[in-house]
Design a protein. Structure first.
Length: 268
């Protein structure tokens, strides 16, 4: 009884209400003959729906014995099935698994994950297609960032129960067959001239322009970022670093400022 708190609560409730305990089958009450015999000896009134309410003790004893035998047979079948599966798949000795088995196992796991992600994406297909049909800026196709913003405004939760972001929306759209929408997005090399232009703009107090101010200028001119959506300070820094236009590491920021003002570079 200590291992079955639900049954203990049901028996207590039936005793307090002074009504019989009703179960669908006898094996749902117990698969132990001794337990069922103890209930009958203690005058616990229970009714088995499968057998009816007018059943004598002899019939209940027979059905209890059959339930106990079925439990033992089920246990034996499960043990044989587990032993067979471990021997077949090689799970009993993980150190003896071959590379071919590990590759097959990883491939099947990846296929199962991809299948689950595709099924989740199909649930959001109407919302994603609606967002993709909305117009973008200046008659251009809508960006992933803007589409995610539209879904957030309609209070549509993402598959993880949170907000939509540009990258998460892009992944979901690609899973339902919209990957060609962003195939022709501008690359970092395509934005080189814009990044050179923004580097020539003056910053605050005669200093070189910061990445935050550069991102604001690029967004003001409606220049799309290489990764889709708006420019951010981190996006500008990554583009500068990738194209070699400006060293944005902390160690060389002071040297870049000295060079900008015409001072000599300090010796190491």
């Amino acid at each position: 009884m200590q291992l079955r708190p639900g049954l203990a609560a049901a028996l207590k409730g039936a005793k307090v209400a002074r009504c019989p305990l009703i179960v669908s089958r006898l094996d749902r009450l117990s698969r132990n003959v001794h337990f069922i015999t103890g209930l009958m000896e203690h005058r616990v009134h229970f009714i088995v729906g499968e057998l009816g309410k007018d059943r004598d003790d002899f019939t209940l004893h027979i059905w209890a014995s059959l339930a106990e035998q079925e439990r033992e047979m089920t246990s034996e079948r499960l043990k044989a099935a587990f032993a067979h599966s471990k021997k077949k798949l090689g799970l009993r000795h993980p150190s003896k698994r071959t590379k071919a088995f590990r590759r097959r196992f990883q491939a099947r796991s990846a296929a199962a994950l991809i299948k689950g992600a595709s099924e989740r994406a199909e649930v959001y297909r109407p919302d994603i297609e609606w967002a993709l049909r909305q117009p973008g800026k200046r008659g251009k196709p809508i960006s992933a960032y803007a589409a995610a913003k539209l879904l957030n405004e309609r209070n549509i939760e993402s598959p993880r129960g949170g907000r939509w972001w540009g990258e998460s929306f892009k992944r979901m759209a690609r899973r339902i067959g919209w990957q060609a929408r962003w195939d022709n997005k501008p690359s970092a090399e395509f934005c080189r001239e814009h990044l050179k232009w923004v580097l020539r703009q003056p910053g605050r107090c005669g200093r070189p322009i910061s990445s935050h101010a550069a991102a604001a200028l690029l967004n003001k001119r409606n220049i799309p970022s290489p990764w889709g959506g708006l420019w951010w300070s981190s996006t500008v820094r990554r583009a500068w670093k990738r194209l070699g236009l400006r060293d944005v590491s902390r160690a060389n920021r002071g040297i870049a400022r000295l060079k900008h003002h015409g001072f000599a570079t300090p010796r190491a």
